[in-house]
Design a binder for this molecule. Structure first.
Ligand SMILES: Nc1nc2c(ncn2[C@@H]2O[C@H](COP(=O)(O)OP(=O)(O)OP(=O)(O)O)[C@@H](O)[C@H]2O)c(=O)[nH]1
Ligand SMILES: Nc1nc2c(ncn2[C@@H]2O[C@H](COP(=O)(O)OP(=O)(O)OP(=O)(O)O)[C@@H](O)[C@H]2O)c(=O)[nH]1
Ligand SMILES: [Mg+2]
Ligand SMILES: [Mg+2]
Ligand SMILES: [Zn+2]
Ligand SMILES: [Zn+2]
Lengths: 205, 205
């Protein structure tokens, strides 16, 4: 489809621009309320001495996520997509124009909460992460193979509730590795910070 | 956009067809893993003496949801959408052709797990329900106004975990009513069946 081809071209332009400025870039995809912003907040806490960090947040509406992260002294841009259920490379290109790229070493991009469309629309980041929460039940991985194929790292979050939910975390991990043997799977509790150093390591940050 | 106009036309055809056969119909939308299938299973348990029930399940892939419901002696059709993040009236029209409409009084349609696109693509059902889980955090309602505008009933599920999550359920209820003053909000625990009679009442079943 033409739309995807155009998106790929813009994504590689974004990629070039980030590379030119020597900026590492990580896209965070995942289900609604899975813990994407909490994960980013935890990583920002631990990395802000090492990197000058920027953040692009995508949501239908509100500035809730960018407000949360800007409290950490990070440059933020909020993209409100209206009715669109995913970010695309064009929206990210416009957001990049609003950041001072000379002043950044690391960029996080949080996509709209959705385990489907974001898989197909690359944004130009170096790495892609998918976050799911064990509170979604045992089938969210097998039901959404495409996004796990596209991701470098899979974060299985809210493991503090695994017992209450009766969820076998190791089975979710197996499901992800069956779909994509190259993916790195990390279990986290983004409220306490459990597992975050492993995510940082898996991303090479 | 043409796509939405065509969808509306097909949705009203589905509506006419269901009306002609005197079949009550309810669409269940909601986030990934929020409890849509569990809600339907609980309603089927309590209504199968009163109605002959059919079920259309939508997912990218797998027959996990239709298998779960078919165990209750319900006629099921599984729609696998591939990469499409929402059902549309055309897919539902084809699924209706695979059901014996003479033998049905009530039809449940479970949409793909997604709080965004399903809002715009009506399927032709009489009633629309949106299910969210308190485990998604405090903002999933305010961030997704369109789907709450479209729904007749909002189900706030997994209230057994409200304390562990530190979520104020009454605030989520207020958020939904602010977006859509006509919506009926019901709190449930679809594992134990808590609140299900209220959902059945709100749907007039
Ligand atoms: N119990 C528990 N709650 C968590 C964890 N991580 C995040 N949360 C909570 O989950 C809710 C949603 O977290 P967010 O970080 O906003 O999730 P998100 O994926 O960014 O959400 P959206 O951007 O709205 O899709 C909040 O109430 C968080 O406090 C965790 O590991 N355990
Ligand atoms: N604690 C708790 N778990 C629940 C509740 N309702 C459903 N669950 C669990 O949540 C998980 C997902 O439930 P499903 O009914 O499959 O959710 P769904 O919305 O149909 O999921 P998808 O179709 O995959 O998007 C399962 O592990 C259920 O057992 C509830 O009220 N409380
Ligand atoms: Mg967020
Ligand atoms: Mg389901
Ligand atoms: Zn989309
Ligand atoms: Zn869609």
């Amino acid at each position: 489809e033409n739309l995807l081809k155009m998106n790929e071209e813009l994504a590689s332009k974004n990629r070039e621009l980030l590379k030119k400025h020597g900026i590492k870039s990580v896209e965070i995809m995942g289900s609604i309320g899975s813990g994407k912003t909490s994960l980013i907040a935890e990583m920002v806490k631990r990395l802000k001495e090492k990197y000058r960090i920027g953040f692009i947040a995508g949501d239908l509406t509100t500035t809730i996520d960018s407000d949360r992260i800007s409290k950490n002294g990070v440059d933020v841009v909020q993209i409100n997509t209206g009715k669109e259920c995913h970010l695309d490379a064009n929206l990210v290109m416009k957001a990049l124009e609003r950041l001072d790229l000379e002043a950044l070493d690391l960029l996080f991009i949080e996509n709209v909460g959705n385990l489907i469309c974001p898989a197909e629309f690359r944004l130009g980041s170096e790495k892609r992460v998918v976050v799911v929460s064990i509170t979604e039940g045992p089938f969210m991985v097998v039901k959404h193979p495409f996004i796990f194929m596209e991701a470098d790292v899979a974060v299985i979050n809210k493991i503090d509730l695994a017992e209450a939910m009766g969820i076998e975390v190791s089975k979710l991990e197996k499901d992800a590795l069956t779909i994509n043997p190259r993916i790195k799977v990390v279990k986290t509790n983004c409220r306490t910070g459990g597992g975050i150093p492993k995510v940082i390591e898996a991303l090479g940050l």
